[in-house]
Each structure stands twice: as structure tokens, then as C-alpha cells.
Write a protein that binds this ligand. Structure first.
Ligand code: NDP
Length: 458
């Protein structure tokens, strides 16, 4: 009896601590709704760990963790093909370096703001910790839109962006990679300018590079493949299999394409993919080679899929989550599944949702999955395969070696298995069996928080 009431007291104290920190964050970062959302989910999840160990509050860990070590914002001027001057804004948030150099992608999309970069950088701390590799959390980007720009315009933008960013990055300090709008082409231009300005071949400063200049085999595939490996783990733990399942994927970019490819390889059928203008429904199964050609080579809209495969259907502006499926893999962007869309998925019989994109489900949508016993793989666990293989790319760069595709893929499979196991074990240990949101947040948090305590107040 006495022990029960102590636990209740500790939980109440932990809830009050988390609530105080959250209030300060809202006041200090007004209007940054995406950042608030990411922090709120995290704080609610780690309450059992805070209740168990008062040292986190005594050391002010939440206050330190939620304030970036550094936030850089800079002007990016560039000249377009007509000769006009354009000005965009660049960002890099260096959120936490307790367990390794800052690591996280760059996003080029008109929606990028300080709030978006901070939510992504914050999530990245715990995702990177979960991989078991020595990488801290960072993220960056710009409100530049590569869509519709010529290669020469993208190159001039990347050169201007890197001229400022290079002051802040390096193989042992901060290692950017790709994200939305930043793929192989952009990484190539960014690396070229970095090399030129530094006068040295620091290949380990950027990941996602081309294979001829220090890139890793299987990096392109890693996030999508890793997402499917994680989904398989989640299904198997519940006595299910991916074979024969009908899957809806949102997006048709890097993560979506390789999730489709691996899902098909493992015997599932992906019937939908999308872009920001609409979605394609192909009851025979999406032809991934067509999507690769349209998106990776020709940079066209997904609507053109039905010109090549007339038996498929295209829905302009349609809602992918209205299509009945067994498994949903959101692979486009944040907050793409709201409460109504989550309810529609449940009504149509979805058994699992695993997040390829970062924070694609709203907090309300996640509650609906849990209330309805839908298996749920949160982004920081399910999409960690990309950054994990980026860290393997860094390892190859520092030893000047290249591993085979099979070696990297085996590492990736083991890492995704471990992330699932560690998240699942943490959930059980802290009284939330089966809840991978709580499990992944706590597992990621403990390593970072304990390391911060070991390193002192810095
Ligand atoms: P890409 O730029 O390759 O593809 C993004 C896809 O999502 C495109 O189909 C795009 O459509 C669609 N999309 C983007 N923004 C929106 C929007 N606001 N509304 C609707 N659709 C949208 O990006 P990635 O595949 O690399 O990234 C997708 C998600 O995965 C992001 O959340 C990213 O943070 C996350 N992620 C990526 C990793 C990686 O290794 N690349 C690693 C971990 C997470 P359109 O072309 O029409 O804009």
C-alpha cells in the first residue's frame, strides 16, 4: 500500500515537472505548433521514466533537452535563370550532441520554418539514440522549392546555401543528409561546394552521397526498406505476417519508393501511392519501376502513372487514407493523418500503421490507433533506418572502405530488429506494454539523458 502511494506521488511529481517544462516551451517558442506537438508527445511518454528516477529533474534534463544547443538561420541569395535575384532562408538546428556529432537531414520545401526544423531536430535526438550508433541530433533546410527549378538553378541555390552552412559542419561536428526535396542531385551540388570551400576531401561531412564519391550502398533504399523491416517485426510480434497484405503508401519520394519495393519483395501488395497533387490506385499493385522513372529520373507528377498504366486510376486531390487497406505506411510529410482519417483507416479494417515520414500522424490520430488496438510504429523508431545507414556511411568514410550492399542491408535489418525489441522492452518495463510511442521515447531518452548527466551541465 505504502509502495503504491509512493509511485502515485512520484508520477504526480513527474507530470507536474513535464507540464512546467511544456508551459515554458510554449512561452519561449510562441506559434511553433509543430515543435510544441513533438515535445508534447515526448514529454507525455517519458513520465514513467521521470517518476522512477528523480535525477532527471534534479539535473534539469528536460529543460536542457528541449532547448537546442544552437540554432543557425541565414540568408541564401541566388540568381535564377532569368537573371532575377531570389532570397531564401536557410536553417540548421544543432539540437543535442551528448552521444555524438549532430546528425540529421536537410529539407528544401516552401513549408520549412524554424518550427519545422526544430520539431525534426528534436525527434532526431531520440531516433539517433535508438539506432545504437554514436550520433547526436540535428536538422536543417530552407524554404526553397526545388520543384520546377532547372538543374542550374538548384546548383546555384545549393552553392549559396553551402557557402554559409560550411562554417558550422564537419565530419566530427555536424553531418547533414537529405530529406524532403534533397536527394542525390542536391547532395552532389552541396558536397561539391563544401569540398571547394574547404580545400579538402572531407567525405564524412555529408551522407547520402553518390557511390563514386563516398556514398554507401543501400543508403538510398535504407529508410523505406528499414520501415518495412520494422513493420514485419511489429506484425510478427502480434502473430501476423506481411505476406498477402494490402498496403497504402502516401508519397512517391525516396521513402515511399523503397518501402513499396521491399513490401512487394516480401509478398505484400501496395495498391496506392501519391504526391501532393493526388493519388494513384492500381489494384494489380503499384509498378515501382514506373514510379522510380517518373520521380527519380523525369521529376514528373504521379498523375502520369495512369498514362503508362491505363488500368490504374488517378484521383486528383484525393485522400489516400480513404482507401481500405490492411497496413498504412505514411511516407509523405507531417500531420498527413488527422483524427478523421485515422477513424476512416480503423473503420476500413487497418491492422497496422508504421510511419515512414516524420510525425505524419497527429496526436489525436495516434490516440485513435491505440484505442482501437491498431499496431503502431512511430516515426522515430520505424523510419530510423535512413539515419542508421547514414552513420554506417560515416563509418565507411572514416576507414576509407566500401561495404557490399548485402553487408549494409544485414546491418540495417539487425538495427531495425533491435530498435523494435528495445522499444518494446522499454514499453513493458515502464508499464505500457505494446505502446511503442512510450517505449521508443523512453529507450531513446534514457541513453541521452544519462550521458548528459555524466558530462555535466554544459
Ligand atoms: P521526397 O522529397 O523524396 O518525397 C516526398 C514525397 O512526399 C513526395 O511524393 C511529395 O510530393 C510528398 N509530399 C511532401 N510534402 C507534402 C505535402 N505537404 N503534402 C503532400 N505530399 C507531400 O522526401 P522523402 O521521401 O525523403 O521524405 C518523406 C518523409 O520521410 C519526410 O517526412 C521525411 O522527413 C521522412 N524521412 C526521410 C528520410 C530519408 O532518408 N529520406 C529519413 C527519415 C524520415 P510532391 O513531390 O508533390 O511534393
Amino acid at each position: 500500500m505504502a509502495q503504491t502511494s509512493t509511485i502515485q506521488n512520484d508520477t504526480k511529481a513527474a507530470e507536474e515537472y513535464a507540464a512546467r517544462v511544456f508551459e515554458t516551451i510554449k512561452q519561449r517558442n510562441p506559434g511553433e505548433t509543430e515543435f510544441h506537438q513533438a515535445v508534447e508527445e515526448f514529454l507525455n511518454s517519458v513520465i514513467p521514466a521521470l517518476a522512477k528516477e528523480p535525477k532527471y529533474e534534479a539535473n534539469g534534463i528536460l529543460e536542457q533537452l528541449t532547448e537546442p544547443e544552437r540554432l543557425i538561420s541565414f540568408r541564401v541569395p541566388w540568381v535564377d535563370d532569368s537573371g532575377a535575384v531570389n532570397v531564401n532562408r536557410g536553417y540548421r538546428v544543432q539540437f543535442n550532441s551528448a552521444i555524438g556529432p549532430y546528425k540529421g537531414g536537410l529539407r528544401f520545401h516552401p513549408s520549412v520554418t524554424g518550427s519545422i526544423v526544430k520539431f525534426l531536430g528534436f525527434e532526431q535526438i531520440f531516433k539517433n539514440s535508438l539506432t545504437g550508433l554514436p550520433i547526436g541530433g540535428g536538422k536543417g533546410g530552407s524554404d526553397f522549392d526545388p520543384k520546377g527549378k532547372s538543374d542550374a538553378e538548384v546548383m546555384r541555390f545549393c552553392q549559396s546555401f553551402m557557402t554559409e552552412l560550411q562554417k558550422h559542419i564537419g565530419p566530427d561536428t555536424d553531418v547533414p543528409a537529405g530529406d524532403i526535396g534533397v536527394g542525390g542531385r542536391e547532395i552532389g551540388y552541396l558536397f561539391g561546394q563544401y569540398k571547394r570551400l574547404r580545400g579538402a576531401y572531407d567525405a564524412g561531412t555529408l551522407t547520402g552521397k553518390g557511390l563514386s564519391y563516398g556514398g554507401s550502398l543501400a543508403r538510398t533504399e535504407a529508410t523505406g526498406y528499414g520501415l518495412v523491416y520494422f513493420t514485419v517485426e511489429m506484425l510478427e510480434a502480434a502473430g501476423e505476417t506481411i505476406r498477402g497484405k494490402k498496403i497504402v503508401v502516401s508519397g512517391s519520394g525516396n521513402v515511399a519508393i523503397y518501402a513499396i519495393e521491399k513490401a512487394h519483395e516480401l509478398g505484400a501488395k501496395v495498391i496506392v501511392c501519391s504526391d501532393s497533387a493526388g493519388f494513384v490506385y492500381d489494384k494489380e499493385g503499384i509498378k515501382v519501376e514506373t514510379v522510380k522513372q517518373l520521380k527519380e529520373v523525369e521529376r514528373k507528377r504521379i498523375s502520369e502513372y495512369v498514362i503508362i498504366h491505363p488500368s490504374a486510376e488517378y484521383y486528383a486531390g484525393g485522400d489516400v487514407w480513404s482507401v481500405p487497406c490492411d497496413i498504412a505506411l505514411p511516407c509523405a510529410t507531417q500531420n498527413e493523418i488527422n483524427a478523421d482519417q485515422a477513424r476512416a483507416l480503423v473503420k476500413n479494417g487497418v491492422i497496422a500503421v508504421a510511419e515512414g515520414a516524420n510525425m505524419p500522424s497527429t496526436l489525436e490520430a495516434v490516440d485513435i490507433y491505440h484505442e482501437n488496438k491498431v499496431l503502431f510504429g512511430p516515426a522515430k523508431a520505424a523510419n530510423a533506418g535512413g539515419v542508421a545507414v547514414s552513420a554506417l556511411e560515416m563509418a565507411q568514410n572514416s576507414t576509407r572502405m566500401s561495404w557490399t550492399f548485402q553487408t549494409v542491408d544485414e546491418h540495417l535489418q539487425n538495427i531495425m530488429k533491435d530498435i523494435h525489441k528495445n522499444s518494446s522492452n522499454a514499453a513493458s518495463e515502464y508499464g505500457a506494454s505494446g505502446n511503442l510511442v512510450i517505449g521508443s521515447n523512453i529507450a531513446g531518452f534514457l541513453k541521452v539523458a544519462d550521458t548528459m548527466i555524466a558530462q555535466g551541465i554544459i
